[in-house]
Structures are given as C-alpha cells and as structure tokens.
Design a protein around this ligand. Structure first.
Ligand code: PMP
Length: 351
C-alpha cells in the first residue's frame, strides 16, 4: 500500500500470466501458444508495414482487418469489433455490456481474468459450479442475473459445449447479454457466430493468439449485432482510439486471409492433442475430453505439484492452478510432435 494509491488499487487481485522464461531450450507447454508460428504471409505483411508506414497513425477503425474478418464469417464489417488482444476486447465488454444491477454469472472454474475484471470494474459476480465431470450444465444458468459469460471450450478444462446448449441459454435469457469467449474454438469446437444473426443478446469473442499463432501481436475481435458492437466502440473511443498499431493491423489481416495455413496448422495441433491424450491415458492419467490446444490431466498416484516439479527438472514447463478442486491437474499446451514426445518421455521418467 502507498498513500499515493487510489482506494481501488488495494482491492485489486491482478491476473498472473503464465511464465515466459528466458531459458531458450525449455519445452514450453505452459501458455497455450501455437508451436507452428504465424502465416508466412502475415510475417511478410508486417515487414512491409514496418518498412513503409510507421510514420503515420494507424487507421483507428482498422477497417481492412474488420472487412477480412467479416468476409471470413459472413457478417458485415460493422458487426465486428477489434482490440489489442481478446483480453482488451473482454475488458471493454465487461464495462459496456456486463456491468448490471444484477450479478454476472460465470463458471467457478474458468478463465481467471473474469474475476479480475469484476474487481477492477466493480461488477458483482456469482460463480456457477461445474458439474462432477468438470463440464458446464446450461440448466445451472437458469437463474436471475444481469449477464452471462462463458468460454467455449472452457479454460482450463478444454471441455466444449455444443451450439444447441448455447442456443438454449440465449433463448432463456433474451434480456441479458451473453458473451461467449471462443479463444480456443478453432481446435474442434462448434462456433456460435452463426447465431449472432438470430440473437441480439449474443457477443462472440475470438483471438489471433491461438489458432493464428500471433500471441505476441495482441489482436482479438468480437462479433455481434450493431447495438453490442456500438457499445464496445463507445468504450474503446473513451479509452484508446488506436488500440491496433499498423504492424498489428497488417499482420492480422494477412493471417485471417491465409486460410490454408490456418487449416493446416490447427489440424496438426488437433492430431497431436489426440495423440497426447491417448499417450497420457495409457500411462494412467485421467484426461478431460479437450476441444482446445491443450489438455487438462491428473494422475491418481502423483500430485500435480510433484508432476509439475518433476517436469520442470526435465526442462518441460506446464501450468498448474491453485484452486483446490483442480490443483492436481496439469494444463499441458500442445506443442510440435517432438515437444509432445519430450513431454511423454519426461513423464515416463517420473512415473
Ligand atoms: N480467453 C481465454 C479463455 C483465454 O484462455 C485467453 C488466453 N489467456 C484469452 C481469452 C486471452 O487471449 P489474448 O488476450 O491473447 O487474445
């Protein structure tokens, strides 16, 4: 505490991001990055932006990027909002759409930025417990609330919901904004973007950090009907009218347009995920059914803490979470086939 702090600072519980170690030869499977790297066309577009245009301010409306996203999903550019990572898009959604007199609902095990934003923005929230299989039961959200936010697939479990379940939720809460955070949707989940046509309470949020392998660039976007997108624009223009620099706009536009690279690399991740899940199960792990670029797994005979420590000693970095119900699970990001082999070899050595 310092006497210079405003009263809110002492009440914050900031999000702790996964470690970004300086040691180069670690097998880094702790922050759900994509091992294949961005589209070569995106890299070329960013190099051109650096060479030619940094003297100028970027387009505050990022129109070329919004048009590329709109073409990809069959929506109109004014139904697309872009921001500096989906964390920023989420922050604007919390302020613009999720702050109500009645509480916001989200799962008790979920992306830990949600409670962080609630503290920062003074939003009352209620945690809805996951079921015994660590899944989300949509019926549990059938209660009075101001708004709902769910990741699909959920993080850090990786378990996805079918479109029909989310449609049930949207229909049951026509007066409440429902935000679906699809950060990991491209690894086998069913996107609800088509439902934005039908439901004016739905906002879908995506990131270029995972399936487009651009975590370092910081680009995310939201898709929804005009009134929701306008709300996000109003918050953005009250905060930072240039959230995406010229390099980010050029790289993200080219990455969205390179569907061949996108499909090839995400399918490689899906294939490795299924192989890693099988290999872990063979070695006695319980592995939750993942539709993401990570698996969430625990072993009946070894604590999560011991396994993570043993892996670290063998130069493999994975993520653990402190909440008691999930503290024995490891969240393991899917790397290249060689990195996955190194993970399995290290676990064999430990078990
Ligand atoms: N939502 C979920 C569920 C996530 O796991 C993450 C990644 N930590 C994000 C959003 C944020 O991603 P980014 O800010 O890199 O777009």
């Amino acid at each position: 505490m310092s006497r210079f702090w405003s009263p809110i600072v002492g009440t914050l519980k900031p999000y702790t991001a996964g470690e970004q170690p300086r040691i180069a030869n670690l097998v880094k499977l702790n922050t759900n990055e994509n091992p294949y790297g961005p589209s070569p066309k995106a890299i070329a577009a960013m190099q051109a932006a650096v060479a030619d245009t940094l003297r100028l301010y970027p387009d505050p409306s990022a129109l070329a990027l919004r048009e590329a996203i709109a073409r990809t999903y069959g929506v109109s550019p004014d139904e697309v909002f872009v921001g500096n990572g989906s964390d920023e898009v989420l922050a604007h959604a919390f302020v613009a759409l999720l702050k109500h007199e009645k509480p916001l609902l989200y799962p008790d095990v979920t992306y830990s930025f949600y409670p962080t934003y609630c503290r920062l923005f003074g939003i009352e929230a209620v945690d809805v417990p996951l079921n015994d299989d660590f899944g989300i039961d949509i019926g549990d959200y059938d209660r009075p609330c101001g708004a709902i936010i769910l990741p699909n697939p959920n993080a850090p479990t990786g378990i996805g919901l079918p479109l029909s379940a989310i449609e049930t939720l949207l229909a049951a809460h026509p007066e409440q904004p429902v935000v679906i955070d699809e950060a990991y949707i491209d690894f086998g989940g069913e996107s609800v973007i088509p439902l934005t046509r039908k439901y004016d309470n739905l906002l879908v949020i995506h990131t270029l950090s995972k399936s487009r392998s651009l975590a370092g660039l910081r680009v995310g976007y939201a898709i929804g009907q005009r009134p929701l997108i306008d709300a996000l624009e109003r918050v953005k223009d009250s905060f930072n009218s240039y959230p995406l620099d010229r390099i980010a706009q050029a790289g993200a536009t080219a990455a969205i347009e390179d569907t061949a690279w996108f499909d090839e690399t995400r399918h490689a991740v899906i294939a490795s995920r299924d192989r890693v899940s099988g290999a872990l199960r063979q070695r006695g792990f319980e592995v939750l059914p993942s539709q993401a670029n990570f698996v969430f797994a625990r072993h009946p005979d070894h604590s999560g803490e011991a396994l993570a420590k043993g892996l670290r000693e063998r130069a493999v970095l994975v993520r653990r979470f402190a909440e008691p119900r999930i503290s024995d699970f490891l969240r393991i990001s899917i790397g290249t086939p060689e990195q996955c082999d190194a993970l399995i070899a290290a676990l064999e050595d430990i078990l």
